[in-house]
Design a protein around this ligand. Structure first.
Ligand SMILES: *Cc1c(COP(=O)(O)O)cnc(C)c1O
Length: 362
């Protein structure tokens, strides 16, 4: 013991989250393709709603986010009282971890699973058990293998970041069926709107009929509102009511609520955002493969490029940076030979293709 303020055990073992880089020395306006944001930006309707909300920013938000709650319930056909809103879906994961984990418990996720699940689990003095993903996909069998009697939550992202893989509806149901009913199964569907594969299914129906399934969605990706921090979970009523006891009362902001409601109603912007990805994801994939680099199949708005080795990956990243393009090295996920590249606008994608073509030729 020292006489200085001392963090709880384990806190200092947590590596701080490093977000996607946003600056390059000497480049005024780099192309930021490092955080899977919507490169079309927010839609016009969301921007207008945000601006109009400026009149009310001296007023505390509605703590229940009633207007957004109703809009999300209508849009997805869900019961409003079963929704949990968060400061991004990241906060929903943190709330679930805080609600269900005691020291010595564990969460289970895939080897390359999203880091946000893990950080707050560790902060609750729980451990993280990772299911191996030799094929870059967390399979039900591998996840179940990790579940033990101290497991409280299993996290699956489908599509998954950073690999871009997904689980079929059948796989998710099989996983759920084999799990103990006291283990919460969280299905993170942050990239749901970009999926085209016919065997992917939203897990909203599974959650509707279960006592231990939570499905999360976000306004940060298809809706282009990452800067406003809004996400939600669809949970069993008991879970939603329990989490609500520890949620900070005003965790979603006044302009955030207004912009999110407007974004949900902006079908044209959602379609344009989807179309952009569906046009460019295959082109980007094909072009980069043509340069001799491995590109994993992706169901999200990004692609994961695997280089020959860490050295080639580092040089490719440096080369992209030198052309004003910022992508995401994913060494933090245990993939030091990979770069994750957000699918951007036509100009941005062409810049990526040109840079990697030159890099391959050099
Ligand atoms: C981007 C992303 C999210 C969304 O996080 P927010 O906190 O809602 O911005 C959730 N899960 C995964 C896997 C993501 O990549």
């Amino acid at each position: 013991m020292t006489d200085l303020p001392t963090p709880k055990p384990g806190i200092l073992d947590i590596a701080p989250y490093v977000g996607g880089k946003s600056r390059i020395e000497g480049v005024a306006e780099p192309m930021k393709l490092s955080s899977n944001e919507n490169m079309l930006g927010a839609g016009e309707k969301a921007r207008e709603a945000y601006e109009a909300a400026v009149r009310n920013i001296h007023i505390y938000p509605d703590g229940r986010a009633t207007k957004l709650r109703q809009a999300v319930a209508d849009h997805h056909g869900l019961e409003p009282e079963r929704l949990i809103f968060g400061n991004g879906s990241d906060e929903v994961f943190a709330l679930l971890n805080q609600t269900y984990l005691t020291p010595g418990d564990n969460i289970v996720t895939g080897q390359y699973g999203f880091l946000a699940y893990r950080i707050s689990a560790l902060a609750n003095q729980a451990s993280v058990k990772l299911a191996p993903e030799p094929e870059f996909k967390a399979t039900p069998a591998a996840l179940l293998e990790q579940v033990d009697d101290r497991t409280r939550i299993v996290y699956v992202s489908s599509p998954s970041n950073p690999t871009g893989s997904y689980n079929t509806g059948e796989e998710i149901r099989r996983l759920h069926e084999a799990l103990r009913p006291d283990v919460l199964l969280v299905i993170d569907e942050a990239y749901a709107e970009y999926v085209t594969e016919p065997d992917w299914e939203t897990s909203f129906p599974l959650a509707r009929d279960s006592e231990n399934v939570v499905v999360t969605r976000t306004f940060s990706k298809i809706h282009g509102l990452g800067g406003l921090r809004i996400g939600f979970g669809y949970a069993p009523l008991k879970v939603a009511e329990t989490v609500d006891r520890i949620r900070l009362p005003f965790n979603v902001s006044v302009p955030g609520i207004e912009a999110a409601v407007a974004a949900l109603g902006d079908e044209a912007h959602q379609k344009a955002s989807r179309d952009l990805i569906h046009t460019w994801r295959p082109r980007l994939t094909q072009a980069i493969r043509g340069f001799g680099f491995d590109v994993l199949p992706s169901a999200g708005n990004f692609v994961l490029v695997r280089f020959k080795d860490v050295d080639q990956c580092t040089r490719a990243n440096d080369y992209l940076n030198s052309k004003g393009v910022i992508v995401r090295p994913v060494g933090g996920y245990g993939l030091p030979e990979c770069l994750r590249i957000t699918v951007g606008t036509e100009d941005q994608n062409r810049a990526v293709i040109d840079a990697l073509s030159e890099f391959a030729a050099s």
